[in-house]
Ligand binder design. Structure first.
Ligand code: PRP
Length: 181
């Protein structure tokens, strides 16, 4: 679905900008993980398009696994208490893990996830995120690779949803307040 959509009031990142940035990130990851046989861990569901594009832009052979987590608490506010809905199938012992996220908002999900994965014997745990909202951060996380820093608007597209819709938009944009108010 194209970002030029009536429910989108402002374009933040176009499909072309994403593809250029994904290629840059993939090249950096290829170099960093050259002899590390990385395991890419995607966080469902938002990271699906980013994982698909990033892993295919990488020249390295990677393995991939997925987790689904849900934060307790109501509405769109992340509470920091996380429940695992679907765990990994892969043993992390000695593995170099790269968490692939679509967005870091408060940072609470990722803060929990990085420490959880680190306790499973991984050799390293790093993070690549396509988007980050620096103004919304509640905890400081060490994120090695960031695609784009964006303002704290309600954004959808390229995996990000509102009520499960708009994930298939080819870029990232601000959702019209009339849609959710
Ligand atoms: C989003 C996103 C991150 C998390 C970031 O997932 O994919 O996992 O929120 O928020 P935080 O930094 O404030 O913790 P969401 O819970 O919306 O699930 P989804 O990917 O299935 O849409």
């Amino acid at each position: 679905m194209h970002l030029n959509h009536p429910d989108i009031t402002k374009v933040l990142v176009t499909a072309d900008q994403i593809s250029v940035r994904v290629a840059e990130l993939a090249a950096e990851l290829d170099e960093y993980y050259a002899d590390k046989d990385p395991l890419l861990v995607g966080v469902l569901k938002g990271a699906v398009p980013f994982m698909a594009d990033l892993s295919r832009a990488m020249e390295l052979s990677t393995t991939q696994d997925w987790m689904a987590v849900s934060s307790y608490g109501s509405g769109t506010i992340s509470s920091g208490v996380v429940r695992i809905l679907k765990d990994l199938d892969t043993d992390l012992d000695g593995r170099h893990v790269l968490i692939v996220e679509d967005i870091i908002d408060s940072g609470l999900t990722l803060s929990w996830l990085t420490s959880n994965l680190a306790t499973r014997g991984a050799a390293s745990v790093e993070v690549v995120t396509l988007l980050r909202k620096p103004d919304a951060a509640k905890v400081k996380i060490d994120v090695r690779w960031v695609g784009f820093d964006i303002p704290s608007d309600f954004v959808v597209g390229y995996g990000l949803d509102y009520n499960e819709r708009y994930r298939s938009l080819d870029g990232v944009g601000v959702l019209a307040p009339s849609v959710y108010s």
